[in-house]
Write a protein that binds this ligand. Structure first.
Ligand code: ADP
Ligand code: MG
Ligand code: MG
Length: 247
């Protein structure tokens, strides 16, 4: 589904990704772990198409298409979802408005008709319920005044609504208490654990991986994948730290 080859990317002339290669097949969940500043978020942003990140070498194909040639909205319409480490607040735009726009823009990109208000509300309420997010949160401005955990749940509601084919989730577990962690983990499994979907799960800690079992674990250090293994690699990292494993 996703093939990254020798990816080099820079921000403001500073090289952050230094020859990263990774292949993800449909049905797989890959965890990306690694020390602070390794380039994990940069990888997410480059895949999502965030402006300011220049790819200087290498390629990324998604279902055989050159992902890097697509605009961010085209990537979303193609089924790529990027969950942010720090979800943005959008004062003045209600959560339902935002979610409906996001969904219908993606549907339009695929040549599908927009959902009606009624159809959309039904979908949004079902997703909010599944994530244990109060229905009232749907009416409030996007993420404004939401707690850290509510923002992350809201992001999972958005993911459930757009129902992507491929999700890059950047530290979805940061700032979550134990109960919220389980709820968010269950959400990822429910929405994305399917034979025709795949996930890149970026995380610092093993604990999310207790809920969302990765098929592969990779260590990203200094802009490259320096080690790959199965779920047991995350446990080894938890025991020994990155220094020993990435060396
Ligand atoms: P991680 O998510 O693994 O902690 P990041 O991808 O956020 O790492 O950052 C990788 C490196 O890129 C860090 O050294 C960081 O300081 C640097 N970096 C991130 N954004 C910028 C920027 N806008 N300008 C310069 N350097 C940046
Ligand atoms: Mg970081
Ligand atoms: Mg990061």
């Amino acid at each position: 589904m996703l093939r990254i080859e020798n990816l080099h990317a820079e921000i403001d002339g500073k090289e952050i990704l230094k020859g990263l290669s990774l292949s993800v097949k449909a049905g797989e969940i890959h965890a990306i772990m690694g020390p602070n500043g390794a380039g994990k978020s940069t990888l997410g942003y480059v895949l999502g198409g965030r402006p300011g990140y220049d790819v200087t070498e290498g390629s990324v194909t998604f279902d055989g298409v050159d992902l890097l040639a697509l605009e961010p909205h085209e990537r979303a319409a193609a089924g790529v979802f990027l969950g942010f480490q720090y979800p943005v607040e959008i004062p003045g735009v209600s959560n339902v408005q935002f979610l409906r726009e996001a969904l219908n823009a993606q549907r339009a990109g695929r040549g599908e008709a927009p959902l009606s208000g009624g159809e959309f509300l039904k979908l949004a309420r079902a997703q909010a319920d599944a994530l244990g997010l109060d229905q009232d949160m749907l009416k409030r401005p996007v993420n404004v005044g939401f707690s850290g955990g509510e923002k992350k749940r809201n992001e999972m509601v958005q993911m459930g609504i757009v129902d992507p084919k491929f999700a890059i989730l950047d530290e979805t577990d940061s700032g979550l208490d134990i109960d919220a962690l389980r709820i968010v983990g269950d959400g990822i499994n429910r929405i994305m654990r399917k034979p025709d979907k795949a996930v890149l799960l970026i995380t610092h800690y093993q604990r999310l991986l207790d809920y969302v079992k990765p098929d592969f674990v990779h260590v990203l250090a200094d802009g490259r994948i320096v080690r790959s293994g199965g779920a047991e690699l995350a446990l080894e990292l938890e025991r020994e730290g990155y220094a020993g494993v990435a060396a």
